[in-house]
Design a protein around this ligand. Structure first.
Ligand code: F3S
Length: 68
């Protein structure tokens, strides 16, 4: 599974970081989110989906991989 943040959509709501600090960090300059690791480590898939659903700007995209 892969995850990414669209930097043009993110408005720094911070929910992604609160839901999954293992996957998202907030940049010091502007508080916007970036992924720590684009490849979601095993066991964090549900957190990635939860962050995607929770982002008010719909700035998070999760790519499910078939067969996994
Ligand atoms: Fe940005 Fe959405 Fe997270 S607006 S800081 S990606 S909750």
């Amino acid at each position: 599974m892969r995850v990414r943040v669209d930097p043009n959509k993110c408005q720094g709501h911070t929910l992604c970081n609160r839901v999954a600090p293992e996957l998202f960090r907030l940049r010091e300059e502007d508080g916007h989110s970036e992924v720590i690791t684009a490849e979601v480590p095993k066991g964090l898939e549900e957190k990635a989906r939860k962050a995607m659903r929770g982002c008010p700007e719909e700035a998070i995209f999760v790519e499910e991989e078939n067969g996994n």
